[in-house]
Write a protein that binds this ligand. Structure first.
Ligand code: ADP
Length: 587
């Protein structure tokens, strides 16, 4: 049907409607006419029967049966139909179309419909094919009585040729009219289809042009309301497409301008992991000649880490961040994010300057701390010497000297912690020197340094640790972490309380917990206490000898060893106190 031409389909429908609309009435008329002609012919046959009966009666008496049969044959020839006289028992007495000698050979007619009807009702008719004369006939029969001849049924048989010729004439006329209309509708259909096809062809042409991207195409058809509406609709559609394309082009240009204006390198990967789009900054950093498009990130950057990050995101990871050194001087922070419709986008942010500034800051802090160390040692030394030698100092001078010594010690602690923190930060960036260590030994070493202070305050240690726990760490850093946590726990606890240390596991790592019965840390401060110089109660912390750097050092050291550190305060099912947790990899 799809390949049939519109014109052919239209003609088929036309003709189908025509054949149905002419054929059905014609069929009805044909049968009505046939019935009417047959009725008329039957009536005629009965009239002829009356005539034959009268003629027989007029002509009687006959010499014998032979003469009667010859007379019937002559009459039948003249009237042009068959006359049969049948006796009451069905035997043929005379027949106009059969010679007398052959009459006794004829089969008995007692079973003929018209014979039975005539015997029962006086007269009857039937239409059927005659084997004797080999044609279709109308039989009309009536009861008959002729003295000396026969008593039974008189029958005439009129050929149906008249009926057939009249019906054939009607059929001829009908076929002629039908053919005439078929030809006329064929011509009309051709003209109509041509007129309708022209605008349709025009619309098809226009739609093909639009499909080829020619959105300036304007369809102008004036072939009736529907076609006008259709062309108006197409023109409106192309107008909207033009507008949308202009808008998308504008947005694309703006996006390109933004991308090109960015200092960060940006690349868009398709679902196969090949670069689809990249901006100028990325081309420069990757030194793509002439283009990065169509290549894989590994081919462009020769850095397996970037390729691995892109592969991870393409396989379903929502976001991967990494730092890579593209060359000796430049370090980039690369953020790879997945795109919901498939593919990924990677943004390269040059953080070399940030890292340089951080290094400057660290160096500055380290240098200042280092430079302060010598004068501080000197101040501490002289103050201690003056106090030791009891050089006839007045009470006020001694008090002043003790204040100087106390502050110099505090300052020295800060300087030492600052140097420690800087050292850890620098190590953190290049990774700590990790190896399998026994964490229990580290803890015991830390506790030993804190023991005097704990004893001073009457603080008892409940050690729930086993004898040996092998983990991956840097020994000194771990001792420092335990020392800072124990130092805090002792300093912030009330005298004669207990510090508990215990072991567990979390996410496949070893978990250490150091719990005290001190005042605890309010929830709002818990996140910030790991920042440098952040204290919950500044005065109290300073008075207790804190530097504000202990937990910052712990955090850097633990992160550097691949672990995590956090606080829970108050601990589960307790009203006060805190528990500091840290996790580290098992050895
Ligand atoms: P500081 O030397 O002042 O203790 P830290 O970095 O070690 O500095 O700790 C930061 C702050 O966290 C402290 O000033 C203190 O307010 C709080 N803190 C740390 N440990 C405890 C603890 N065990 N109990 C209560 N508060 C604590």
């Amino acid at each position: 049907m799809r390949s049939t031409r519109f014109r052919t389909r239209l003609l088929s429908y036309f003709w189908l409607i025509l054949i149905i609309s002419l054929g059905m009435p014609a069929y009805y008329i044909y049968h009505a006419l046939e019935k009417e002609i047959l009725d008329e012919q039957t009536q005629n046959a009965f009239s002829e029967l009356d005539l034959v009966q009268w003629l027989i009666n007029e002509h009687a008496p006959f010499e014998d049966a032979r003469q009667f049969n010859e007379w019937c044959a002559e009459l039948g020839k003249k009237l042009n139909y068959r006359i049969t006289i049948i006796s009451a028992n069905g035997r043929v007495v005379a027949d106009s179309s059969i010679p007398f000698d052959e009459i006794q050979n004829l089969e008995n007619h007692a079973d003929r419909v018209e014979f039975i009807g005539a015997r029962q009702r006086g007269q009857a008719s039937s239409i059927r094919y005659s084997v004797t004369v080999k044609r279709k006939l109308i039989y009309a029969a009536k009861a008959f009585e002729a003295p000396n001849i026969a008593q039974g049924v008189l029958r005439v048989a009129i050929p149906l040729s008249l009926v057939e010729s009249r019906l054939a004439y009607f059929a001829h006329r009908f076929w002629f009219i039908l053919m005439f209309f078929l030809v006329i509708t064929g011509i009309l259909n051709y003209i109509l289809a041509r007129n309708m096809e022209a605008p349709i062809q025009k619309i098809i042409q226009s739609l093909r042009s639009i499909g080829d991207g020619k959105y300036d195409e304007y369809v102008d058809i004036d072939s009736g309301f529907e076609f006008f509406e259709l062309s108006a609709g197409i023109n409106e559609m192309t107008h909207k497409i033009r507008q949308n394309i202009a808008m998308i082009s504008q947005q694309k240009l703006e996006l390109e301008a933004v991308l090109e204006g960015m200092q960060e390198g940006v690349m868009l990967l398709d679902a196969d992991g090949k670069i689809k789009t990249s901006n100028e900054a990325l081309s420069l950093l990757a030194r793509c000649v002439p283009t990065c498009v169509g290549h894989r990130p590994l081919e462009v950057f020769l850095t397996p880490e970037i390729q691995a990050a892109c592969d991870a995101v393409l396989k379903g990871e929502p976001h991967v961040q990494l730092r890579v050194a593209i060359d000796a001087e430049t370090i980039y922070e690369v953020n790879v994010v997945s795109i919901p419709s498939g593919g990924a986008v990677a943004v390269f942010h040059d953080i070399s300057e940030l890292i340089r500034l951080e290094k400057v800051r660290q160096d500055f802090v380290a240098n200042v701390s280092h430079e302060l160390r010598t004068p501080l040692t000197s101040i501490k030394g002289y103050a201690e010497t003056l106090l030791d030698k009891k050089m006839n100092l007045s009470e006020t001078a001694e008090k002043f000297l003790q204040t100087i010594l106390k502050n110099a010690n505090q300052m020295s602690n800060i300087v030492n912690d600052l140097l420690e923190l800087t050292k850890l930060q620098q190590k953190d960036q290049q990774h700590l020197n990790l190896s399998p260590v026994n964490a229990i030994n580290c803890f015991n070493a830390a506790w030993e340094t804190c023991l005097p202070m704990a004893m001073d305050k009457g603080i008892h240690l409940e050690n729930k640790l086993p004898d040996s726990v092998m983990i991956i760490a840097e020994e000194n850093a771990l001792i420092q972490v335990f020392r800072n946590l124990l130092d805090n726990a002792i300093r912030h606890s009330d005298p004669n309380t207990t510090i508990t240390v215990f072991l567990g596991s979390k996410n496949g790592k070893m978990l250490f917990g150091i719990q005290d019965e001190g005042p605890g840390i309010p929830k709002r401060h818990q996140k910030r206490i790991f920042e440098r110089f952040y204290r919950v109660d500044k005065e109290r912390s300073r008075a207790s000898g804190g530097t504000g750097l202990g937990l910052a050092i712990c955090r850097h050291a633990v992160l550097g060893m691949g672990g995590e550190i956090w606080v829970e305060s108050p601990p589960d099912q307790k009203e006060n106190g805190s528990v500091f947790y840290l996790t580290l990899y098992k050895s």
